[in-house]
Structure formats: C-alpha cells, structure tokens
Write a protein that binds this ligand. Structure first.
Ligand SMILES: Nc1ncnc2c1ncn2[C@@H]1O[C@H](COP(=O)(O)OP(=O)(O)O)[C@@H](O)[C@H]1O
Ligand SMILES: [Mg+2]
Length: 213
C-alpha cells in the first residue's frame, strides 16, 4: 500500500469522512466510517464493519448491472475504511448549482441519472441516499456514489423513498424542479420498465404521507 501523498478533506458528513489520497499512483479517495462515541464500542465496530462491507459489495453489484460506480482498490475492515478510485467529474448538485435551468443539457443529465437508478432498482438494489451530491457526471457517463445506505433486499417502500428523495432534492436545487423530475422519471422508466408504475405510485404515496404527517 502507498501512503497518502496529500490529504485534503473532500467531505465530512455525520457518517463518513472522505480524504483524497493516491493508491499505487492512482488518484484515489479513502472513505472512513466515523466512530460514534455514544455507541458501545463493540456495537459501533460491528455496525461500521457491516455498513462498510455492504457499501463495497453494492458498488460491485451495481457495476454488474451496467452502472458505473467507483472501483474499490483496498479495504481495511479493522480501521473501518476503504480506498476507491477518484472519478473525475462534477456532482449533479454542483452542476445544478451553477445552472439550475431545465434546458436540454440538464434534462438529458436527469434522464441519464434516472436511467441509471432504474437499472439499479431493476437489479433489486435500492440506493438509500439518492441526492444530487451522490451522483457524478463525467461528461460522458453517470457515476453512482455512496451506496452505504443501500440494500440488496429492498421492499417497494425503499424504492419509493429513492424516487421521493430525488424529487425533494430537486426542489431545493432548481425552480424548474418539475420538468427536471419529469426527465428523471422518463429515464427511470427506460431503466426499469416493469417496476416504474408501482414505484412511482409508492413515491407519490410517501410524498402524501410526509406532507400530511
Ligand atoms: N469515487 C469518487 N470520485 C470522486 N468524487 C467522489 C467519489 N466518492 C465520493 N466523492 C465525493 O465526495 C463526497 C462525499 O462522498 P460520499 O461517499 O458521498 O460520503 P458521505 O457518506 O460523506 O456522503 C461526494 O459527494 C462526492 O462529491
Ligand atoms: Mg454522500
């Protein structure tokens, strides 16, 4: 293993810390699951290990469904971290923050994002944290990131939550969220033609529940 040649922090959420590094000369990122001091240490260790294994496994399984995800280069279970290739590109959030319009380029971006998610769902994987910051656009393809909250035994509810979260996130990013979400759903139906109707319906139901609760 090569040591980190630089260590700028790319992101620090409640669950994980992402640090730039290199691995055998390749631009890479190390993702650490953060230790939760309020949990008994043995439980915390077990949860971190489980989520880490799940994330790495889902990244690989998604690739088997024809979806681009970062390649995992190394795993350190004891430390609770893994190293993945650093994919060049901008997140959907960054792109929409720079131009939130519903022009043809953004609609195309949303259609492609939707198609990737459709394929993921068709392969029976839910994402679990489907916001624009967990999706990269390389200029050529969509890359799905951060499957740490995903499941490979999802219920209809989890698929519905994925779509609902996309709609909510678009609402915070663009005044043209309606058109952009429609483009997402169009792509989604291409990726998941059989499941689309039931899952859209569930997403609507979740929206109603959230609104009136
Ligand atoms: N493989 C990758 N290549 C490029 N950027 C990445 C990669 N993985 C994560 N990122 C960037 O780092 C941010 C945080 O990573 P993420 O896996 O989403 O962790 P968190 O659980 O903290 O949200 C992402 O929103 C994205 O901008
Ligand atoms: Mg994330």
């Amino acid at each position: 293993m090569t040591g980190p040649e630089s260590s700028p922090l790319l992101g620090e959420g409640a669950e994980a810390q992402v640090i730039e590094t290199r691995y055998l000369g390749i631009p890479a990122l190390r993702k650490h699951r953060i230790v939760k001091a309020y949990r008994p240490p043995a439980l915390d260790q077990r949860l971190r290990t489980e989520r880490l294994r799940m994330e790495v496994r889902l990244l690989r399984e998604a690739r088997g469904l024809g979806i681009r995800t970062p390649f995992v280069l190394d795993i350190d279970l004891a430390e609770g971290s893994f190293v993945m290739e650093r994919v060049p590109g901008r997140s959907v959030t960054e792109i929409l923050e720079a131009d939130a319009s519903d022009g043809p380029e953004n609609r195309d971006l949303l259609r492609r994002w939707g198609e990737a998610v459709g394929r993921l769902h068709r392969g029976n994987i839910s994402h679990g944290d489907l916001t624009g910051s967990n999706v990269l656009w390389t200029g050529q393809e969509i890359v799905l990131l951060d499957l740490s909250m995903g499941s490979h035994t999802p219920e209809l509810e989890e698929f519905g939550i994925d779509l609902h979260l996309v709609e909510e996130d678009l609402n915070t990013l663009s005044p043209d969220a309606g058109t952009l979400y429609a483009a997402f759903l169009e792509g989604y139906a291409t990726g998941n033609p059989l499941g689309a109707a039931a899952i859209r319906e569930r997403a609507l139901e979740i929206k109603g529940r959230v609104r009136y609760s």
